[in-house]
Design a protein around this ligand. Sequence first.
Ligand SMILES: *[C@@H]1O[C@H](CO)[C@@H](O)[C@H](O)[C@H]1NC(C)=O
Ligand SMILES: *[C@@H]1O[C@H](CO)[C@@H](O)[C@H](O)[C@H]1NC(C)=O
Ligand SMILES: *[C@@H]1O[C@H](CO)[C@@H](O)[C@H](O)[C@H]1NC(C)=O
Length: 638
Amino acid sequence: MKCRFKNLIFISVVFSSFTYIFFLRSWGGFGSSQTNGGKYSIIQLLQGKSIVSPKRLQCVKDKLELWPEEIRKIYNEDNIEPMGCSSERDWIIVINGTLQVQVTDITDIQCQATPIVRVNDFTEREEAKITGLVAGSKIPSDFFRLDCIGRKDSLTKTFRTYYSAIKKREKFQKNKRKASRKKWNVLMFGFDSVSRMQWMRLLPQTHHYWTKVLNATVLESYNIVGDGTPQALLPILTGKTEVELPEARRGHADAVQVDNHPWIWKQFSNDGYVTQWGEDGQSFGTFQFRMLGFKDPPTDYYLRPFERAVHKKFCLGSVPTHKQMTNWIDELWRVYKGEETPKFSFLFHSVYTHGYTKQLSIADEDMKKWLKHLKDDNILKNTFVILMADHGPRFLSLRAHIQGKYEERNPYFSIRIPDDFDKMYPNARATLQQNANRLTTPFDIHATFEDILNFDPFEVIDERKRGLSILKDIPLDRTCNKAGIEAHWCSCLSWKKLKITDPLVTKSAESVISLFNSHLVPFSKSCSKLKLGSVISALKLEHNSDVLKFKKSSDQHGRVADLSDEMKADDARIRVDFITLPNNGRYEATVKLNLINNSLSADMTQISRINRYGKQPHCIMDRVPELRPICYCIVQLN
Ligand SMILES: *[C@@H]1O[C@H](CO)[C@@H](O)[C@H](O)[C@H]1NC(C)=O
Ligand SMILES: *[C@@H]1O[C@H](CO)[C@@H](O)[C@H](O)[C@H]1NC(C)=O
Ligand SMILES: *[C@@H]1O[C@H](CO)[C@@H](O)[C@H](O)[C@H]1NC(C)=O
């Protein structure tokens, strides 16, 4: 494990001299008190290895801040609306397809169930009541209303609520033969409109547990390919954009229902998987609001009729919606326990984030607990788990800032490979981790699903394809164009070469060196002051003009871009590769250029030393390990 971890960091440094993210983490920044004990320090790992960089990362993204002023302001002004869940505990819960009583103060409970059955995407009906249900009775259908009576202190009490459950299907009863090939479960859970940064702001415990304890990978350079939920989910679920699929929009001639789209769950279903799909926001259903919806249920378990029937806001009785949804997933895993029936599940939650800024934060603790349960119940052993969002928040006030534009384009997207997969394919996790900083898209998720269905570690990926599996090596030189991202969605900074004689270049390198020297001041007796030797190359990184100009989609289908925004960039970046003396240190640094007053500011987290320093810093090595990359001891050892 340790060994693999080292490799992974090494790879990312060697091949991504354009990314500073790893430096940020392992270097901790000079000013920060955080140290990593030097154990996995990149700088150390680089000793003894030569730095060859055959390709460079083409897509460089702006570093997003967690709490910029404008976001904190919006956040502070928003309130959390009371959830309004009932304080009375549900009398009954459904576990593994049977009714179970979970209250002790009510006795002689008897219930009747009213099954809720789908007629089509816009109608459902109630079926004849089933009476005489008691604890231990089997559920009558996936969705039903339960009306119960019972006794409490010799008084008669009543209870009513709705259940989304899993009634086992005949076709899977027979399926007891073990598959010849290992089949991995897929569990994807999403929240509407949550950028990567917003997820970290609103679900900090979940994010921490997910990435730090469960070692899941967040795709930091994940980039949307269109505006809105369908534009995110169609590429993920079909590998295509809406315009590439048959016309399904209401009111358009020849429009058809979406059943014949090449849904990924069909491929899973054909391979013997039980499938589940649902979203809580039924009134604005992703495939029903502008589109005609499904003629037949698209998956074995389809939440829509239930959500339509219950008309809830945030809660169902005492259960908040996020828990109702994760319970429904848990129940699928319980009813189809074991490897005979592989499972594909995707649930997408909207009501907390649709129109609210921070309502989602109420789900943080529960989501973390749920992830812990997935681990404790061994679900992570055979299951790819994906936590995701479709796109970032699209509040107008946020869009008025460049960070808001980037957040909109960079939803949270994270994946964890199953423990058994990790054992079978020891490089998979490192590859995934490396891809975290490469340009990825919803099309890639579709390709990843196909890869999961038929994983071949030896497959050579075809870089010409629009969608590439994130379990394989995503090319470092991938561009928005190659990845199928239109210019106004592309968050990669555009860059051009600068002449090394450009005064701006020298000034940038000097600003970094003076920052170095300021850190060396307290150690001036031990370490030499540094000065500029020569500049090797320099680039200017600028905000992509189409992103600055993009205001919104000017049609309700998100197909026509309104490029009338007049946002001006107020900063740019200078990336400079230079050598200092007397240590012959080679550094690559990204310096911020303020375009309003033309000032430059260097930041220690965005600087990497890219050649070996060997024993140069021996005199402070143990005392101040974080200065190793810049300290050249006045007394040098032979
Ligand atoms: C669920 O119920 C079935 C019978 O309906 C039983 O065979 C199975 O073991 C139960 N699973 C769990 C996890 O309790
Ligand atoms: C996460 O990674 C650490 C370090 O490699 C390892 O010790 C730990 O067991 C991993 N956790 C899980 C749940 O796999
Ligand atoms: C330029 O503007 C930035 C941001 O307002 C400020 O932090 C910086 O001190 C200014 N620099 C100079 C030289 O005026």
